[in-house]
Structures are given as C-alpha cells and as structure tokens.
Design a protein around this ligand. Structure first.
Ligand SMILES: Cc1cc2nc3c(=O)[nH]c(=O)nc-3n(C[C@H](O)[C@H](O)[C@H](O)COP(=O)(O)OP(=O)(O)OC[C@H]3O[C@@H](n4cnc5c(N)ncnc54)[C@H](O)[C@@H]3O)c2cc1C
Length: 511
C-alpha cells in the first residue's frame, strides 16, 4: 500500500523531484543557462519587485557591501536567532551559509572578500500564494536549481544551495484561529475541531505568544525561531507535548501547498490521502512549497511540572556508569509521560516536563535518578517544581547553536537498545570527549503513526541521542574535513551499536 502511495505522490511531483536514478544538474548561477539580467528583471515584475540578490549575513561588513550601521548590528546580533532568521542569506549553522571554504564572517577584515558561499544567488521574499506559484513556474521553465528557505535552521543544509534560486517564506505571516475547523471535502456530518492556520513563515515564539492570548495549546517545538509551518513539520516535529498529542505532523489537519507543477493544492485525508501521508514526516522541500498549514489545538495544561537532573562523575569510569545508568532510566520516566532535553557533556543533565504532573509523582518516577545520585563517584541533584507552560516559554525557551558550525549525528533509541547497549553508548560518548546529548527525550503518542511518513522507529523510541562536532570559524579546510569525517565515524559507530535497522529523526540527522 505504501509503495503504491509513494509512487503516486512522486509522479505528481516528478517535474521537480525527478524519477531518474542519476541526479540531474539544474541550472545554477555561473552556468550558461542562467537567465539574463533582463529575464530576471521581467520575472521580478511578476513577484511585485520582491526578488532579492541574497548574500551571506556578514556581507554588510565587507568590501563593496560595507555598511557601518548594518555591520555594527550584524556584529552585536551574530548569535541572535531572531536577527539571523530575518536575514535572507542567514543560516543557523555557518557551514550552510559559507560552505566548506567561505570566509565571510563579521570579525574578519573589511577588505577580506565576502564570497557567496552556498547562499542562493537570488531569493524571492514571497508574500502570497501567487508569488510562490510564479517562482515555482519560473524555476520549472528555466530548469533552475530551486531551494525553499524558511528560517535557515536546517541541520542538513537543505535550505541553501550554491548558485540556487530560493523561495524565502519568512515574510509570509499570518495566524488564524478556528473554533470548529472542518477540512475541505470532509463528509457533511464531520464534526469540526479547534484549530489554527499558520502561514508558511510563522515561527514558534510568535505562535506561542498568540496561543497564550487565545488560551490554547499548539503542539510545537521547544524553540523560538524554528519555523512552525516548514521543515520542522515536514520532518515530523518533536514537542514537549508529544507524549500526549504526538508529533507536530500528527496534529496536522490540512496543508496548502504549491506542487512542482506550480498548481495550488489543499491536501488533507479527504482530498488526497497519499499526498497528505507523504507531507506528514516525508521531509522538508521534497513535496512542494507549503503555503500554510492547519493544526489541531488543545487545552493548555493547568500546570507544567519541571524536573531537573544534574549529575556529575568524579572520573571517567564513574562517568561511563553515570551515563549508562541515566540512559537505562529513560524508558521508565518517558513511559510515565515525561519529555525532556539533555546534555551528556562530562555529566548527565536534563530537564524533564510533564503536563499536570505533581512533585510527589515525580519523586516516585525518578527514584532511580535519586538512587544514582548517591552511587559511588557520582554527585548532583534531582528535583522538580510546579510551573506553567507560559513560564517555561519565558524562562527556558532558547535557540542554541546559532552562528556556530555544529553538526549532529543521531539515533532514536528503543527500549531494547537502551537495555542492552547503554554501556556501549555511554562509552561512545566518553571516548568522544563527552560531547553527547539528547535533542529529545520522550515516548511519543503513536495513534497517528501509520497515517504518516515518519520513520516507524518513533513507535519504539524513548530518546533521540546525538553526538555533535563543531569547528572554529577560522578552522582550516583539513581541520573541517577531519571533524566531518569524525562525525561520519560516529554515525558508523552508532550503527554498530544500535544495529542497521536503527533509525533517526530526519531533521536532526547527519547530512
Ligand atoms: C535552535 C533550534 C531548535 C530546534 N528545536 C527543535 C525542536 O524542538 N523540535 C524539533 O523537532 N526540531 C527542532 N529543531 C530542528 C528543526 O526541526 C529543523 O532545523 C528544521 O529543518 C527547521 O525547519 P525550518 O523550516 O525552520 O528551517 P529551514 O532551514 O528554512 O528549512 C528546513 C527544510 O524544510 C524545507 N522547507 C522550509 N519551508 C518549507 C516550505 N514552506 N515548503 C516546503 N519545504 C520547506 C527547506 O527547503 C529545508 O529542506 C531545532 C533546530 C534549531 C536550529
């Protein structure tokens, strides 16, 4: 059934995705086929003059684009995710702006050249459906290398491309609340449900602020500037509320999308179940350009219990015991409804959240962590306090790793893998200098899993474990190469430990 579904969806998108086994070179800046200046000018007229010559975010600090005011702002905002996502050519990880060899940083000499890196050459700051359709049709007609960029937060670099033409959705904003939403084409007796429609450029922080005023909950990421209606959702989208309500993709009721032929389609389980299945976890940029999405909304929990575990080890053998011991406790706490995020950087530290949880039930569920904190060679603290989702948003919500060169390699860990391989996984972290973490800890609600393209391993997973590499902006080509090889080695080591049948989260994988 899925084979047939996928093929049908692919044939629909074949103009852009292509079914050829060999990859085809599409027209990029510098190629003879690149449209003339006059052709670009004529195209610009069709998108209301919103075509932008996109450049790296530090270009305002260099040579011909130097602008003292804008450079000062760029310097002070370099690590600020709001500023970064406002830049047409800004990307969270510098690798996806600069490529392997770029040198366009805010702190290099003004005279140093600012090369284009892999920032798309032209971008359209789309503001409506028609801009997107015109851009897709133009890219089709000229056979352009087309990318879609929303925030530029992608861990895999899928929103940038050397010499590409980009559809930039960031300024396509709009939030509409529904008391009783019924998808188009639903049976006449279908009952409506509370929902929200978000335009493609909306970001989680703004959605959460608007949701707080409406006193409703939208299942989204633990992040401020990640896009609420782009790659996050298309890849699945994990959330602090995933235990109760599933992944973001599970909460999708309807999507408005421009497919590769430039047609506008409203897709939902009634209008096009196969296409709808594919966009629920099938990955960013693969299925067309999303223009808006409609999510179910839920009641806001009255309280949110926030638990914190911070445990240190006195030496490397205690560290291995600490990390393995902590991992082994994750199935129990996640089955009990706790979700969280953690670091294994020379210690185990994690924050755990549970809607409407109590300190008493936390103390029972986390008894294993209390015991671990008293084990030989381990010190630290375990505790919890009642709070609210809004307080969490104000106090804890952050966007880490902006303006860095971080890359992850990751695996979703099943209970069996944790039970049998926790020591091996802990050793992998310790041998790697202790740079590991959990981008997500949780047992997600899988009621909708078979209706989505999300990797099946989510059904059995209790945590998304990652190991990251990073390099300094001025690292040499060979240093970067070494680090990236190391990430590939780590990924292979993961496979040796969890087995070839293991899987990961497409949005937080190794490119
Ligand atoms: C600080 C930070 C916090 C994060 N927190 C979480 C979290 O809590 N939960 C979680 O699950 N993930 C999280 N992530 C990972 C996040 O899901 C990915 O980075 C995701 O790719 C971001 O999607 P985006 O649309 O914002 O980014 P972009 O880089 O703009 O796009 C990502 C991908 O989606 C495609 N895309 C974007 N918009 C569209 C569109 N309109 N139509 C079609 N394709 C589109 C792009 O072409 C690209 O392939 C986090 C990432 C960061 C950097």
């Amino acid at each position: 059934m899925f084979v047939q579904s996928t093929l049908t969806a692919l044939s629909l998108l074949s103009p852009a995705v292509g079914l050829q086994s060999e990859s085809r070179h599409r027209c990029a800046y510098g190629d003879d086929c690149w449209p003339s200046d006059n052709t670009w000018k004529l195209f610009n007229d069709t998108v209301g003059g919103r075509l932008i010559r996109s450049v790296p975010s530090a270009a305002v600090c260099h040579a011909e684009r130097y602008n003292a005011n804008q450079c000062a702002i760029a310097k002070s905002s370099w690590l600020d995710s709001f500023w970064k996502t406002n830049q047409t050519g800004g990307y969270a990880a510098m690798l996806w702006e600069m490529g392997e060899s770029g040198k366009c940083f805010v702190d290099t000499s003004v005279r140093a050249p600012c090369d284009q890196g892999i920032v798309p050459y032209y971008s359209v700051s789309v503001q409506n459906l028609e801009d997107i359709q015109a851009s897709v049709k133009f890219a089709n007609e000229k056979d352009l290398y087309l990318v879609t960029k929303n925030t530029g937060h992608d861990h895999l670099g899928r929103s940038s491309g050397k010499g590409a033409f980009s559809i930039w959705t960031h300024n396509l904003k709009g939030i509409e609340w529904h008391d009783s939403f019924v998808p188009q084409g639903a049976p006449v007796d279908a009952s409506g449900m509370p929902a929200v429609t978000l335009q493609a450029g909306e970001q989680w922080f703004d959605v959460y602020q608007a949701a707080a005023k409406k006193e409703v909950l939208v299942v989204g990421g633990s992040a401020r500037t990640v896009g609420a209606a782009g790659g996050y959702l298309l890849g699945g989208g994990h959330s602090p509320f995933a235990h109760d309500y599933g992944l973001a993709a599970d909460n999708l009721l309807e999507m408005s999308i421009v497919s590769a032929d430039g047609e506008h389609r409203v897709i939902n389980p009634h209008s096009d179940p196969e296409y709808f299945w594919a966009v629920r976890g099938g990955g960013g940029s693969a299925w067309g350009v999303v223009t808006s999405v409609t999510y179910k909304t839920h009641p806001v929990p009255q309280t949110l219990l926030i638990g914190v575990v911070q445990l240190n080890a006195s030496d490397s053998s205690s560290l291995t015991d600490l990390l393995a011991g902590s991992m082994k406790l994750l199935p129990k706490v996640t089955d009990a409804g706790y979700t969280g995020y953690g670091n294994m950087d020379q210690r185990f530290e994690a924050i755990f959240l549970k809607p409407n949880g109590t300190v008493g039930s936390f103390n029972q569920t986390f008894a294993g962590f209390f015991n671990l904190s008293k084990a030989p060679g381990i010190q630290g603290a375990v505790g919890a306090y009642p709070s609210t989702w809004n307080a969490y948003l104000k106090t804890f919500l952050q966007d880490p790793n902006i303006g860095t060169n971080v890359q992850d390699t990751s695996r979703l860990l099943t209970a069996n893998v944790i039970d049998e391989k926790a020591e091996d996984l802990a050793k992998l972290i310790v041998d790697n200098g202790g740079k590991g973490g959990f981008n997500f800890i949780g047992k997600v609600n899988n009621d909708e899993r078979d209706n989505t393209a999300v990797n099946n391993i989510w059904k059995h997973s209790h945590a998304l474990m990652s190991i990251s590499i990073d390099w300094a902006d001025n690292a040499t080509k060979s240093e970067k190469h070494k680090k990236r090889l190391h990430a590939v080695m780590m990924s292979k080591n993961f496979t040796k430990i969890v087995g070839a049948e293991g899987g990961t989260y497409i949005n937080e994988a190794n490119p």
